[in-house]
Design a protein around this ligand. Structure first.
Ligand code: HEC
Length: 152
């Protein structure tokens, strides 16, 4: 094989990998900085959303955000305080911020919770998303209940 053939084979494999991952990806439509439609068509469960927000292996939102969850210590301050987000955002706006915040700010360090990972770091996360579609709806339902300032 020439160098060129090897190269194009490698590019082909990489491309196929991307297409295969996309085939499993969730389908949603982005409209004006929002995802208007529910990902599942089922109402979110706010109580479960709160658990997912706290869970270090799931949302882990507290690593970066202050939230009205006094029973948990050490809220991060890398991101804005979101203890009042329910008053400032619609569900549709929150949905895009959780699914893929990089659409709004390509440099953000906030994770895209519904984008299949192409992790060089951890192979086991390849092609997997951090949260599932119903998880996202549950977290949105919880965030919509956050309507008041909170100080730690
Ligand atoms: C690694 C840090 C990190 C994690 C984890 C994280 N975020 Fe964020 N988040 C940010 C940063 C930084 C911003 C600021 C916006 C930006 O960077 O574009 C942000 C912005 C937001 C906003 C918009 C708030 C505003 O006032 O503009 C919401 C809502 C939000 N995050 C919710 C969440 C939720 C819910 C979770 C958990 C499921 C979460 N974030 C996890 C870092 C994080």
């Amino acid at each position: 094989m020439t160098y060129r053939t090897i190269l194009s084979t490698l590019v082909g494999i990489a491309l196929f990998g991307t297409l295969a991952a996309n085939a499993n990806a969730a389908e949603y439509m982005i409209v004006d900085g929002t995802i208007p439609d529910s990902l599942t068509g089922k109402p979110g469960d706010a109580a479960n959303g709160k658990k997912l927000a706290i869970n270090r292996k799931k949302g882990n939102c507290l690593a970066c955000h202050v939230m009205p969850i006094p029973e948990e210590q050490f809220h991060g301050e890398v991101g804005p305080d979101i203890s009042d987000v329910g008053s400032h955002f619609t569900e549709a706006e929150l949905r895009l911020r959780l699914v893929d915040p990089k659409v709004l700010n390509p440099d953000t360090i906030m994770p895209a919770f519904l984008k299949p990972g192409t992790h060089d770091v951890l192979k086991k996360f390849d092609g997997k998303t951090i949260l599932g579609e119903q998880d996202i709806e549950d977290v949105i339902a919880y965030l919509m209940t956050l309507k008041g300032q909170y100080s730690q």
